[in-house]
Design a protein around this ligand. Structure first.
Ligand SMILES: Nc1nc2c(ncn2[C@@H]2O[C@H](COP(=O)(O)OP(=O)(O)O)[C@@H](O)[C@H]2O)c(=O)[nH]1
Ligand SMILES: [Mg+2]
Length: 298
């Protein structure tokens, strides 16, 4: 294949928290690299997912949700999402079919209008609505912004995702293969390991705990004597009382978190893993620029 026939480009996946952006990315890649949950601040950083076939390479940017930001960590997350729209070829604005309104997105549309990127609208979670709602919904949405295309799909069941992918690939400009074809992300393994632990904290603890948590991989050692990777992970919480909740009665909670995270990490790395978790209290780290940076929110 001669190089000038190859297509490639960046696609930013944006939208409100919880509409299923990260679930879609994982579905597109056929592997879990982005963590998901029903809690709003699940995705904190921009995540690059790379999908390559014989003719093209699509570089998807999964982003934290766009929402009113009340504090510094949230402002960082919204900036990550808006920044991701700079210099991309396409923007896939994603909405939830159960709450399809584009209201309060005026500001976002102003930003999008100024971009050269093609804007597609993805309507996710169509498995949750009666089919006959779909056409009127599309008619309504197409009046609100001139999307290049509106594509309904379910990231959960996979329905419509092939159509979405075809719509994206057909609009890719000529471009090089930026990454080798077997690379799925530019994220370090350590980052994804930390995210998989954070996902379990999101899923297995409640209230303010998941929001005030940061995860740091302290060591990552490949044992040569056994086919095993030893990973030591520090869980940072904002308060002493949170430490007790994460540990649980007799250490029950942290064991459950460790077991579930280890399964995901083993599937991702393709090797047996020994995972050691420990909890440290770092008061009000979300308010400290230095600590946010140290914990990976630059
Ligand atoms: N029923 C249904 N649930 C979905 C679908 N896509 C995502 N979800 C769920 O919606 C929640 C938010 O998903 P997530 O990918 O973390 O959303 P994000 O904040 O936009 O990245 C999770 O509980 C997902 O399992 C879908 O197509 N159908
Ligand atoms: Mg997400």
């Amino acid at each position: 294949m001669t190089d000038h026939l190859f297509k490639s480009g960046f696609v930013a996946i944006i939208g409100r928290p919880n509409v299923g952006k990260s679930t879609l990315l994982n579905r597109l890649l056929g592997q879990k690299i982005a963590i998901t949950s029903n809690k709003p601040q699940t995705t904190r950083n921009r995540i690059l997912g790379i999908l390559t076939d014989a003719e093209s390479q699509t570089l998807f940017l999964d982003t934290p949700g766009i929402h009113p930001a009340r504090d510094d960590l949230n402002r960082f997350m919204v900036e990550e999402a808006v920044d991701a729209c700079a210099d991309v070829d396409m923007i896939l604005l994603t909405i939830d079919a159960e709450r399809p309104g584009l209201d309060r997105l005026d500001q976002l549309f102003k930003i999008l209008d100024g971009r050269r990127a093609t804007v597609l609208l993805g309507i996710n979670k169509i498995d949750r609505i009666p089919r006959q709602q779909l056409l009127p919904m599309i008619a309504q949405l197409s009046k609100q912004f001139s999307f290049a295309e509106i594509i309904p799909f379910s990231a959960h069941t996979g329905e419509g995702v092939d159509t979405l992918l075809a719509a994206i690939r057909s609009r890719l400009p000529d471009g090089p293969r930026y990454y080798p074809e077997d690379i799925l992300t530019d994220l370090p393994e350590r980052f994804i390991v930390a995210e998989m632990v954070r996902e379990q904290l999101l899923k297995q603890t409640h209230e303010e705990i998941p929001y005030g948590v940061a995860i740091v991989v302290e060591s990552f050692t490949e044992r040569t004597d056994r086919e095993l990777i030893e990973i030591k992970v520090k869980i940072i919480v904002e308060r002493a009382s949170h430490k007790g909740i994460v540990l649980g009665k007799g250490g029950e909670k942290i064991r459950a978190i460790g077991t579930a995270a280890r399964h995901d990490i083993e599937r991702f790395i393709g090797s047996k893993v020994y995972l050691e978790l420990f909890v440290k209290v770092q008061k009000n780290w979300t308010e400290s620029a230095r600590l946010r940076q140290e914990f990976g929110y630059k």
